[in-house]
Write a protein that binds this ligand. Structure first.
Ligand code: SAH
Length: 338
């Protein structure tokens, strides 16, 4: 506002319009002087992305595919469960980590999202809620490696969590990472009360090297030490995510190894039954294997939950919608189902 020669306090009015009243255009901001309302849209828009697909699953899951002006697309998801309204947001277009079971990284990383693009996902999803409902939780578990875009992510989250933004509690925000030790320490030093989730997927070096290729350079020890440092610095209990792949890392000895790794840590294990990705040849674990895995961890005194699979009919997991739409678009120029 100041740069354009307008009084600064108008910026605050615009923020209130966007955050509280869900305004998506300057034209309707009737508390701004008319001259300004008419001048500003020539320079700026509230949102830069357009929704290129919106899919709704009967279990209360909405998925948006947002296209940015450069044509690149990311996914984000809204999940309703009892009184929780949780969103899952992306930090990059694609991903450079190359985890072998994940759809987001199949074509590498294209670029980081800006803090505006990260914030915009939050607002677009929030705007889907009925007027009386508020977002309660954010998980940064969409496309991309969150900590590879740490600065833009924190800028966006800090504003979302501030009273000037949505006023969401930072304790209800979880940042998921493949486990980049230096970035975990940098985040710890920022001293925010965000929760950290580390995608472990294997409790031995050899198996993790196979599933999470960046582990070859990093090593399990360095990941665990950084996670311990995060807990010490912030007092926030760290979650370890573990995608269960049938016959690969869901065997009794895998559960024993994970139990042994976590038993003396004040940590939580979140088991994620694999969501099938077209063109990737892993299988979901059997319910019996999941049950036994949980039991073994409990015997080791490790706190454990199994992530519920939501939004399956709409390819809600992990880069699957973008992949399907972009594959369809290559096959035929038809507009994706909105
Ligand atoms: N790059 C970050 C965040 C994005 S992925 C990270 O690695 O944590 C969020 C979680 O979904 C990660 O634990 C990831 O390994 C998991 N995931 C990816 N593909 C999956 C699939 N097909 N089924 C189940 N979980 C998957």
């Amino acid at each position: 506002m100041a740069e354009q020669g307008h009084p600064r306090f108008h910026a605050r009015q615009v923020m209130r319009q966007v955050f509280d009243r869900r305004a998506t255009e300057f034209a309707g901001m009737t508390d701004l002087p008319k001259r300004l309302r008419e001048a500003v849209p020539q320079e700026w828009t509230v949102f830069t992305g357009t929704i290129s697909a919106h899919e709704v699953s009967p279990d209360g899951t909405d998925k948006l595919l947002i296209a940015w002006p450069d044509g690149r697309r990311v996914e984000c998801v809204l999940m309703a469960e009892e009184d929780r309204r949780t969103i899952c947001i992306s930090t990059q277009v694609g991903c450079g980590m190359g985890c072998v079971f994940c759809a987001s990284g199949l074509k590498g990383v294209e670029r980081n999202l800006t803090s505006g693009e990260i914030m915009e996902q939050v607002l677009q999803l929030r705007n889907l809620l009925p007027a009386e409902e508020r977002l309660t939780n954010i998980v940064v578990m969409g496309m991309g490696e969150s900590l590879a875009n740490l600065d833009n992510l924190i800028t966006a989250l800090d504003l979302i969590c501030s009273p000037d933004g949505l006023g969401l509690s930072p304790r209800r925000v979880t940042i998921s990472t493949v486990g980049l030790p230096e970035k975990i320490r940098k985040l710890a030093a920022m001293d925010r009360p965000y929760n950290l989730a580390v995608s472990l997927h294997a409790a031995t070096e050899a198996l993790r090297d196979q599933l999470v290729p960046v582990n070859e350079k990093i090593g399990l020890n360095a990941v665990m030490e950084a996670a311990d440092a995060y807990f010490e610095q912030t007092g926030r209990q760290v979650t370890f995510e573990y995608v269960l792949l049938h016959g690969v890392n869901d065997r009794p000895e895998d559960a024993e190894a994970l139990g042994r790794l976590l038993v003396h840590r004040k940590a939580h294990a979140n088991l994620i039954p694999y969501n099938p990705v077209a063109g990737v040849s892993f299988e979901r674990p059997s319910p019996e294997a999941v049950r036994q895995f949980v039991e073994t961890l409990r015997r080791w005194n490790v706190s454990v939950t199994v992530r519920k699979t939501k939004g399956r009919p709409i390819d809600a997991a992990c880069g699957q919608l973008r992949r399907r739409v972009e594959t369809d678009l290559v096959a035929s120029p038809a507009v994706p189902q909105a």
